[in-house]
Design a protein around this ligand. Structure first.
Ligand SMILES: [Mg+2]
Length: 337
């Protein structure tokens, strides 16, 4: 077998065997991992299961000309882990389903699997099952993750109350700036370190599992969401689910320095990237004022990840952006259809 062979040359069974070989021995909670009809997990006492699934479709979510396949594999798992992080759940296992064009090279298949398994290792998310089928069209990578959390610690979108303050992790707009830089044809080696960080965020977003777990366990947050579709969408989702309104302070949104620099060079608006660009996969939390001190104390254990207050929830419905004295409607995030 040579890596320049296509996956069609190799066939489904050989591909599955190849995937299986790359999977390390699973942690103890996996009673039965890959290789049987289904996987078996031991439940954690006193915890509930948290499940989510998401797929990346070629030419909808990524282009092979722009994004290396190891990054596609990494990101397919990352976006799912980000959802677990938002709920305050720990990851327990992942399932992978692939639809592959027959012309895909075995070396490309290997790269995609290695990208996914790298994050699986770092995040202690064992891959316990997989399915591979041929696609007559685009490459599709579909991941399901299983998490678990204590029942009363699970964070949803709907628990926010009027007066709660909104806090966001990290820096925003980086992913959109990174994508814009790639689309402009900027050569990777020429990117300065800030912009390279933006491209890295677009390709390999870091799911905020630790921050999500710590926030949930601190019992200081009333609602949370991960920012897959931008800050504006996240705020709107929390406000809608919590049946309140919200105001975001334009001047307080933490715009990534690389996004700011690339925006200046291309006459773009980095705030728009932060609000609507999406794919930063940071977390947004609602925190009651009386819990602010405990919440901020808990964030000290986030291993250097910063947190910024960006607005608050209001009794009056409607979601607004405050620029100076003016209130304007907060635009929506990235819309898939
Ligand atoms: Mg989400």
């Amino acid at each position: 077998m040579s890596p320049s062979q296509s996956v069609a040359d190799l066939g489904e069974h050989a591909l599955i065997a190849r995937l299986h070989e790359r999977v390390p021995p699973p942690p103890p909670w996996v009673v039965l991992g890959m290789g049987d009809d289904a996987a078996v997990l031991a439940p954690e006492r006193g915890e509930q299961l948290v499940l989510t699934t998401d797929s990346l479709v070629e030419d909808v979510h990524f282009r092979r000309a722009l994004t290396p396949l190891d990054a596609v594999g990494y990101k397919a798992l990352a976006v799912n882990l980000s959802d677990l992080a938002a709920m305050g759940a720990a990851s327990r296992a992942a399932l992978l389903s692939l639809a592959l064009p027959g012309t895909l090279l075995v070396s490309e298949f290997d790269a995609m699997v290695d990208g996914l398994l790298t994050l699986a290792g770092v995040s202690r998310t064992p891959l316990v099952g997989g399915n591979i089928t041929r696609s007559p069209g685009p490459l599709v990578i579909d991941v399901t993750v299983v998490g678990s959390a204590r029942a009363r610690r699970i964070v949803t979108r709907g628990g926010g109350r009027a007066g709660d303050e909104l806090y966001v992790t990290g820096w925003l707009g980086a992913s959109a700036a990174g994508l814009a830089a790639l689309q402009s044809g900027a050569a990777r080696p020429e990117l300065d370190s800030d912009l390279a960080a933006c491209v890295a965020r677009y390709e390999r977003p870091e799911p905020r599992l630790r921050a999500g777990l710590i926030a949930a366990r601190s019992r200081t947050v009333t609602a949370g969401i991960d920012l897959s579709d931008g800050l504006a969408d996240g705020v709107r989702q929390i406000a809608t689910a919590s049946r309140v309104g919200a105001i975001v302070e334009a001047g307080d949104v933490p715009v990534h320095p690389g996004a700011g620099a690339w925006a200046a060079r291309t006459s773009s608006d980095p705030l728009t990237w932060a609000l609507s660009g999406g794919e930063d996969y940071e977390l947004l939390f609602a925190v009651p004022k009386r819990r602010t001190r405990s919440f901020l104390a808990a964030t000290k254990h986030w291993a250097g990840l910063q947190v910024t207050r960006v607005g608050h929830l209001t009794r009056e419905p409607g979601v607004w952006l405050r620029r100076g004295e003016r209130l304007e409607p907060l635009g929506s995030g990235f819309v898939h259809f």
